[in-house]
Design a protein around this ligand. Sequence first.
Ligand SMILES: [Zn+2]
Length: 185
Amino acid sequence: MYRIIPPFFTALFSAFLFSCPQRTDPIDPGVLMATAQLQGWDLEIDGTISFSEIIMHGTHIFGDIRGLEPNRIYAIHIHEGSSCEDSDAPGGHFDPARSGVHGHPGLSPAHRHAGDLPNIQAGSAGIAQVDYITNSIGLRESPFSVIGKTIVLHADADDFTTQPYGGAGERIACGVITAANNPSN
Ligand SMILES: [Zn+2]
């Protein structure tokens, strides 16, 4: 004796089958972690910023920056240059969509630099935390990859309005974003 499988369940099972990945070779996840060691050019500022790309969820940018003025608000951005040799070396804000506009990180990267990040504020001990998730940048090979780019701390807060850099003032610390692992190796 056999039971007739209702069409609904057959359809459900088919939907399940077709939603599964068809390929059998391992999917190359590419670079999923990166770090930048921030160093002040003139001030005793240092920090480690980590980048972790969570597939389908964006890239988590997190870390601490030390040696800051207590309670001061600072702008921090990803720049398109690949060197921290001097304060001009990082170049302009990372703008892979060629928006040509500086703006609030909540906007789509079509309408602002993808490298525009929220301000950070130092606590009473002069340490600021970076903790932000964004879909505007990534780590795997694409125009939006920040591997080899720079992350730059500015002396003042970003007003997200003034062009081209949000009135964020002098560049005071910088780090090159470097791939931290490659799980496909
Ligand atoms: Zn910008």
